[in-house]
Design a protein. Structure first.
Lengths: 163, 163
């Protein structure tokens, strides 16, 4: 199907994000298992619940646009998660692994910040205020998660990993 | 090799970024060819030059740390570029393709913002001020590129792609 206009591209991007979110729900439990810090494990657990809500929000977006909610496999998220898997298979001290897990998770978050930032811009351009409200809510959540991970890293884990 | 401390992890992450930057220098010329907007093509051209400088800056970082500059294949950037390649193979109106190229490029930028953000945090924790200065310079360039792409999208391309 040819992409004729910004609306077509918005749907294309939403299918990519829908795939990315589903991939994240499968990756997070593995990252929880690999984490040693209780605080980090709790942050991943919380982000899993947030991600499930974000998927429901995407269902609503597809519904508003009169489209079936469907995923188009996101190769980028596949690569980001493959890299996280490689990291988890490395031998590392517990606190170093925690720092590495945060580094992986922040790459995931930044992919989502870029992707949701893009679709927010399209929805705004297309005057789709209901869609925009839903997507902005998720974008803000992703930014908050990224900041939370930074504060966990800087507040304790990187210090423990130093020596 | 076991990752025993934050210094080991910093080197590990730098090798990942070194690979990512080299992959980007190969992807940008393809994105330039696929772009129709002169402004966008010029932005990609400029970013290619900036990326080459960033690689030289990484060479300096490895040198300061007494390590050989080497890449460890970045699977995440491979995935992000694979997705950009898929997008470039789609049939799309010229302005819609330009918007899609910006979306792909911003995913690349955000990967780098996350990755350089991480290594800056480690260098700061390890009191490596010379390394930190070099990495912060690049981090700020990546953020500026991301903002420039947003302003090109919002200033002209998304409007052209609307209908």
């Amino acid at each position: 199907m040819k992409l004729n206009n910004l609306n077509d591209l918005l749907i294309h991007e939403l299918k990519d994000i829908y795939s990315a979110e589903h991939q994240i729900t499968k990756a997070l439990p593995k990252m929880m298992k690999a984490a040693s810090s209780d605080k980090l494990r709790a942050a991943f657990q919380e982000h899993l619940q947030v991600t499930e809500q974000q998927i429901k929000r995407l269902d609503k977006v597809f519904d508003i646009m009169g489209k079936k909610a469907e995923a188009e496999h996101c190769k980028a998220m596949e690569g980001i998660i493959k890299e996280a898997d490689s990291m988890m298979s490395e031998r590392a001290d517990a606190s170093v692994m925690d720092a590495a897990l945060i580094a992986s998770a922040q790459r995931v978050e930044h992919y989502e910040i870029a992707a949701y930032g893009t679709v927010c811009t399209y929805a705004k351009q297309l005057n789709m205020s209901d869609v925009l409200d839903l997507l902005v809510t998720t974008l803000e959540e992703e930014k908050a998660t990224d900041q939370k991970l930074t504060s966990i890293a800087e507040g304790s884990i990187n210090l423990k990993a130093e020596h």
